[in-house]
Design a protein around this ligand. Structure first.
Ligand code: ZN
Length: 253
């Protein structure tokens, strides 16, 4: 069976506490053999690392999500992030990002992303970016930093297809999530068609990210994401399984 890589899954989320072992078993059954679990809160960095003992497919990223900026000791986290990333064996820095829905000034959010970029540069690790409702600002900020040697991903892409090329020029990959299976997700479907094959990643963003009609997501959903992207691009799903696995390994391997 071809292996699948879920490039963004919050496998540590409390919503998966009741049946995490079953969720993992279903993912393995569907061929998922790689999963990047990005940090949300620094309080859970250690718990992420512990997940690897439960499933060898797990790789982790260390960072501070915009959702928790107001409720955690951000400056302490940023000050220790580089050392902790090394100690915990993180393969990426994040997730961090820009979110217009969060009640934190975007200038402050941008500064926090800058601190992540510094660590990503110092450790030569890719960066995992969350961008919601502020695609122009995020891109301009990252263009100011210039290309990062280890690249990165704009995960759960929700931006306009016209911006894909600028992120790609900056060295970023684009993570297409389960929203691509939603009938009304015109913008994500359009974007899924234009991402260069070698920069395409698939993800579930589970458990909050979910397939059309579901209320919770899990990593086994990633094959449905691949099928939906393949349908948009008018290629065989198998071709995308192979390509997205190779792309994820190149970035997070
Ligand atoms: Zn996330």
């Amino acid at each position: 069976m071809t292996r699948l890589f879920d490039s963004h899954c919050h496998l540590d989320a409390p919503a998966l506490d009741p049946d995490r072992d079953d969720v993992i078993a279903r993912a393995i059954e569907r061929g998922v053999d790689g999963v990047l679990v990005p940090a949300v809160s620094p309080e859970r960095w250690d718990a992420l690392a512990a997940l690897r003992a439960r499933w060898s497919a797990v790789r982790i990223a260390i960072g501070v999500h915009p959702y928790v900026i107001a409720s955690c000791a951000v400056d302490d986290a940023l000050a220790t992030m580089e050392a902790r990333a090394t100690a915990l064996g993180a393969v990426a820095i994040g997730e961090c990002g820009f979110d217009r829905r969060v009640a934190i000034d975007l200038a402050r959010q941008s500064e926090i992303v800058d601190a992540h970029v510094e660590v990503a540069r110092a450790r030569e690790l890719p960066i995992v970016l969350h961008v919601v409702g502020t695609h122009g600002l995020a891109l301009e900020r990252m263009e100011r930093h210039g290309p990062l040697r280890a690249g990165g991903v704009v995960h759960a892409w929700s931006g306009p297809a016209e911006l894909v090329a600028r992120w790609v020029a900056l060295g970023f990959s684009i993570g297409i999530g389960p929203v691509v299976t939603w009938a009304r997700a015109r913008r994500v479907k359009e974007s899924a068609r234009v991402v260069p094959l070698e920069r395409l990643l698939v993800e579930t963003d589970a458990p909050d990210g979910h397939l059309e009609g579901a209320t919770r997501g899990e990593p086994s959903d990633v094959d449905e994401v691949v099928r939906a992207v393949a349908a948009e691009r008018d290629v065989r799903a198998q071709e995308l399984r192979v390509a997205t696995w190779a792309n994820a390994i190149r970035l997070f391997g």
